[in-house]
Design a protein around this ligand. Structure first.
Ligand code: SER
Length: 579
């Protein structure tokens, strides 16, 4: 198969096997205030994994853009990326292990599809522990298909278990597929720690629901979530040894080389990866900032700028690379072209901003001596010179020094200058939480959104939100502090819906109809796609996958506890539910 046909063939194969294609979600999840980014195909689909019927059916196929910075320090090796696409097939309570594995096997080995020789494949299955038994069923299925027992590894939870996306929720054992990508002979025995084996696909068998006490209970339905790494398989099909030598990356690498005076491989790869991710984030109209997604974006751009210095790039360069990325990817991702002015302007602005502090910060760093960069020094570099902690760590390791990360974190918390979610914590754990309190606050966020529009006007556009079981946070465009009486008015409006026991209802409709009906939402969906629209009486109407409470009366008393500015023209409200 030609690499350029990979996406098409994948979709075609699963449609032929009874699946329906759904469009992907944005990288910045719309209406999932419990996650910063879409880091796996399952995030936008959690409600359906928990049993809510999906309007498109029980067997779906999609291509999902993902962003992961959890293993950012691995970027620079052969196959790690922060932005990537996942090809996924889904069963919501429909087919199970046998069908899932058989379909994976056919797609991998059939000449009509990937045509990978069986000798180059290895698989892993869950080896069992106190929470769940070893996955002998999957092992037997692989053997029945001709995978020798030498090529099947049984591994523990760290390697062969997926989910939950947050602290609680759907999860289960998985079976991963690896391809031997090295030019050396394939070893008889499969050992995933050998770097010649590249993980290319993961079949997750989601049959458990992890609760807040850490217990694994059976889910209402057994689900299959699979994810194939598009860029990895694309590179294998092109016959190259690493992702950066594939045609997805060569135009970017060539452009960087054109501007560089040295050829440090790792720096080239990191710049290509980070600026590609940054370009896709900017394309969703997120600007660099000191909070949440904007902070991650800032970090990616600044880490790339620093690497540019290592390559001897003297002039500003990030907008030039972004332009190459836009030019090369726009045919497939039209939103890059559509938002190219925003992307180029913002990325260049960020480089100019960093330019003002980078030199000075480097000289401050140069004066640090000893074995360790202290927490206070690392925090100063961050606070006053805008050095992401990862950058300070890189600089330190180049000098054979360590960074007191614990000290840095405690300084960080003391100063509370940034939202906690801008730190890695949110990445590691703050995802797709579906606890009762979070669901209530999710409904309250919809009420707040509508109340703000009614009190302050249509210009109040949602800019982001974040919910945990204790409180909701809501960012919206508005350029001044709310007056005391406006805060009261918003609260009263929300509380009136609660007192009036207004019903929450859900309808399925075509996205175009939803738009015409005045539902609030992100209308980047394809025409003809079916979406859910949640209404709270006549007060609020929004496109959203849920979940929500069934009646506003369940919420208690809504209270705004804080408001502040979080950047030019953006206000943040924190609110709670009492009682
Ligand atoms: N959720 C699994 C993964 O991201 C399979 O899609 O690997």
């Amino acid at each position: 198969m030609k690499s350029k046909n990979l996406k098409k063939k994948y979709i075609e194969f699963f449609i032929n096997n009874g699946h329906k294609e759904i469009v992907d979600s944005p990288l910045i999840p719309y209406n999932d205030p419990t996650v910063l980014f879409t880091t796996a195909g399952m995030h936008p689909l959690v409600p359906f994994l928990l049993g809510q019927p999906n309007p498109s059916g029980k067997k779906l196929v999609n291509i999902q853009k993902c962003l992961r910075t959890g293993d950012i320090e691995e970027v620079g090796d052969e196959f790690h990326l922060t932005f990537f696409n996942m090809l996924g097939n889904w069963s919501f309570g429909d087919y199970w292990k046998k069908e899932a594995i058989e379909m994976s096997f056919e797609f991998l080995t059939s000449k009509k599809y990937l045509g990978f020789p069986i000798e180059k494949l290895g698989v892993s299955v869950f080896g069992g522990d106190k929470d769940a038994p070893a996955d002998e069923e999957s092992e037997k299925i692989w053997e029945s298909l001709g995978i020798s027992s030498e090529r099947i590894a049984r591994l523990g939870k760290k390697d062969n278990w997926w989910g939950p996306a947050g602290k609680t929720g759907p999860c289960g054992p998985d079976s991963e597929m690896f391809y031997w990508s090295s030019p050396e002979d394939v070893p008889e025995k499969f050992d995933p720690s050998n770097s010649g084996w590249v993980e290319i696909w993961n079949d997750v068998f989601m049959e458990y629901d992890k609760d807040s006490s850490g217990k694994y209970k059976p889910l209402k339905q057994k689900n299959v979530d699979t994810g194939m790494g598009y860029e990895r398989v694309f590179s294998i099909l092109e016959g190259v040894e690493n992702i950066y030598e594939s045609s997805l990356f060569t135009p970017i690498i060539e452009k960087i080389l054109e501007l560089s005076s040295s050829e440090d491989e790792k720096s080239l790869r990191i710049i290509a990866d980070h600026l590609r991710s940054a370009t896709f984030l900017l394309a969703e109209k997120i600007a660099p900032s000191n909070i949440e997604q904007g902070y991650v974006l800032r970090k990616l751009i600044r880490l790339a700028i620093r690497r540019g210095k290592l390559l001897g790039i003297e002039d500003r360069f990030v907008s030039k690379i972004a332009k190459t990325i836009i030019d090369n990817y726009s045919e497939e991702y039209s939103h890059l072209k559509k938002n190219s002015l925003f992307i180029i302007t913002e990325i260049d602005k960020e480089e100019r901003k960093f330019e003002r502090t980078l030199k000075k910060g480097m000289s401050v760093f140069g004066k640090i001596s000893g074995e360790k960069v202290s927490g206070t020094e690392a925090f100063l570099l961050f606070q006053s010179y805008g050095f992401p902690i990862e950058m300070t760590q890189e600089l330190a390791s180049e000098k054979g020094m360590k960074v007191d990360l614990k000290g840095y974190k405690s300084e960080f918390i003391t100063h509370q200058k940034l939202s906690r979610t801008a730190t890695k914590g949110k990445f590691a754990s703050g995802l797709a939480d579906q606890s009762e309190e979070t669901i209530k606050l999710h409904t309250a966020a919809h009420l707040l959104h509508s109340a703000l529009i009614k009190v302050l006007g249509d210009d109040c556009k949602q800019k982001g939100s974040n919910i945990n079981p204790e409180r909701l946070r809501f960012d919206f465009s508005f350029d001044r502090k709310l007056e005391e009486n406006e805060v009261r008015k918003v609260e009263d409006m929300v509380n009136k819906q609660i007192k009036d026991k207004v019903k929450v209802s859900k309808e399925e409709m075509n996205v175009d109809k939803a738009k015409k009906s005045g539902a609030l939402g992100e209308f980047s969906h394809k025409y003809g796609e079916t979406v859910f629209v949640y209404s709270i009486g006549k007060f609020s109407k929004e496109i959203c996958s849920g979940p929500h409470v069934s009646n506003a009366s369940k919420l208690g008393t809504f209270k705004i506890v804080k408001q502040k500015s979080v950047g030019a023209g953006v206000r943040r409200i924190k609110a709670i539910l009492e009682g």
